[in-house]
Write a protein that binds this ligand. Structure first.
Ligand SMILES: [Zn+2]
Length: 166
C-alpha cells in the first residue's frame, strides 16, 4: 500500500499552483487508504465549493489533479465517464481540469463527467445484475474495477500531457 499523507497529496498535484496547493482542504474522513478497495481518492473541497481533487497511484507514484466544477446544466441523466454505472444512485457533475504546464497556463483544459462525490470505486464494486444464465458476476465486477482504473489513470495522463510513472 502506498503511504499517503497530507504533504504527499499536496505535492502530487500536477496542475495546481503553490497557492492552490496550500488552499487544499483534505476530506473530513481522511485516513490511510486501502488501495485494494479504492482505485483513487477523489473529493470536493469543503471550503472551495467548485473545486475537487483526484489522486491516484500511477506506476508506484502518487499523481493528483485539481478539478473545477463546470458551469451550466447537464442533460437529466448523464453517465459517469469513469465507473460507467448505468444504475447510478448519485448525481453526476461535469468537471474540468487545467492541463499541466504551459498548455494549462494558456487555458487548455480536459473535461469529464464524474459521480458528484467520486463514489466510483464503490459503484464499480457493487454486484452487477445477472445479465444471462451462466453470467459470471465476479468476472464482470473485476472488469468494471479494471476499467474504472483505466479511465481515472487515462484522465490524469491526459491532464499531465506527458508519460507518467511506468
Ligand atoms: Zn462514477
Amino acid at each position: 500500500m502506498l503511504p499517503i499523507t497530507d504533504a504527499q497529496i499536496r505535492a502530487s498535484l500536477i496542475n495546481a499552483s503553490v497557492r492552490e496547493r496550500a488552499a487544499l482542504t483534505l476530506p473530513a474522513d481522511f485516513a490511510p487508504l486501502d488501495w485494494d478497495r479504492c482505485d483513487f481518492l477523489g473529493w470536493r473541497d469543503r471550503k472551495l465549493p467548485n473545486v475537487a481533487y483526484v489522486v491516484a497511484p500511477i506506476g508506484g507514484e502518487l499523481v493528483g489533479v485539481m478539478l473545477r466544477r463546470a458551469e451550466g446544466r447537464l442533460r437529466s441523466r448523464p453517465q459517469c465517464s469513469w465507473c460507467k454505472d448505468v444504475h447510478l444512485p448519485n448525481d453526476v457533475l461535469f468537471f474540468v481540469a487545467r492541463r499541466a504546464g504551459a498548455t494549462g497556463r494558456k487555458g487548455d483544459t480536459v473535461g469529464t463527467l464524474v459521480c458528484a462525490d467520486f463514489q466510483c470505486s464503490v459503484n464499480a464494486r457493487r454486484r452487477p445484475p445477472v445479465a444471462y444464465l451462466g453470467f459470471d458476476v465476479e468476472a464482470a465486477r473485476d472488469r468494471r474495477v479494471a476499467s474504472l482504473r483505466e479511465h481515472v489513470i487515462g484522465f490524469i495522463r491526459e491532464v499531465a500531457g506527458e508519460p507518467l510513472g511506468g
